[in-house]
Design a protein around this ligand. Structure first.
Ligand SMILES: [Zn+2]
Ligand SMILES: [Zn+2]
Length: 280
């Protein structure tokens, strides 16, 4: 299979060993055959520091996938584009809009793509940008979902997300997308924040790829605000998938990760951190 060798390195996460930087954000580096793919760009610059310390040259990426337009996934886009003038960028429609987190009792917080990242995208030649509405393969065996249908009534976007600072219009974060890798031993799924919901996302990738076996899931599972009903629903689905590994990262939530460890077990659940490498 053309995916061999497949190597996924976590570059940015909320957790990191001492020798690497941590921040609230996410990014991963994928080596698949002779292709190099950057998935998200973190928030504040841990990406550049960690990439350098891990010997990864961001200029080598031929593909950049943006999971969604939140500040912690699109934060250092200008710096990435400064060193990379070739990567084709795959993002879902409407990544580039204003977005807010309006928690009751606190001031509204602007959490969309930073203005400087927005400008950096707008300055690119249009042929480098692919706004996708439907799933596509960026190479054989490597897919990007585009917007994920929300079929489950149990899964919501996971927070007080709005398109305005007056809480008039809910932000469904329709641009939320994930990647999948079809290995000989099953599908490996890479999530940004998974605002579309983990079960929705896995169901969709199975349907689109026509492949059922889930080998592993890596990334932000955004269970941090999930109630017991949603947690149980998600854990039941995980048991049914029988994955080899689950690597909860970023916005999965500390307590929720502990629950996952309790319910699914530490043979399968390996909490992620920057520098972690998953080999296909
Ligand atoms: Zn996030
Ligand atoms: Zn997000």
């Amino acid at each position: 299979m053309s995916l061999s060798p497949l190597k996924i390195t976590l570059l940015v996460d909320n957790n990191a060993p001492e020798e690497l930087e941590k921040e609230h954000g996410f990014s991963a580096w994928i080596e698949a055959g002779d292709r190099r793919i950057l998935f998200d760009t973190g928030q504040l610059g841990a990406l550049q520091i960690n990439a350098e310390r891990l010997g990864i040259n961001l200029g080598d990426a031929d593909t950049l996938v943006l999971s969604h337009g939140h500040y912690d996934h699109t934060g250092t886009l200008p710096e990435v584009l400064d060193v990379n003038n070739k990567a084709r960028i795959y993002m879902a429609n409407n990544l580039n809009i204003d977005r807010w987190s309006n928690k009751p009792g606190t001031d509204p917080r602007s959490i969309g793509i930073p203005e400087r990242s927005r400008q950096a995208l707008l300055a690119l030649p249009p042929e480098r940008i692919h706004e996708i509405q439907t799933p596509l393969y960026v190479m054989p065996g490597v897919g990007v979902t585009g917007p994920v249908p929300r079929n489950s009534s149990v899964e919501d976007t996971g927070g007080p997300f709005y398109l305005d600072n007056a809480s008039k219009d809910h932000d469904l974060i329709e641009d939320d997308q994930s990647m999948w890798f079809e290995t000989d031993d099953g599908i490996i799924i890479l999530l940004g924040c998974c605002h579309a919901g983990l079960v929705n996302t896995v169901d969709y990738i199975r349907r689109v790829s026509g492949k059922n076996k889930i080998r592993g899931i890596i990334g932000g599972m955004h269970l941090v605000n999930a109630d017991d009903n949603r947690l149980n629903y998600t854990f039941d689905a995980m048991k049914e998938w029988q994955p080899e590994f689950l690597v909860p990262c970023h916005c999965t939530g500390e307590e929720q990760t502990v629950c996952m460890l309790d319910v699914i077990g530490d043979k399968i659940v390996k909490p992620g951190q920057a520098g972690m490498v998953i080999q296909g």
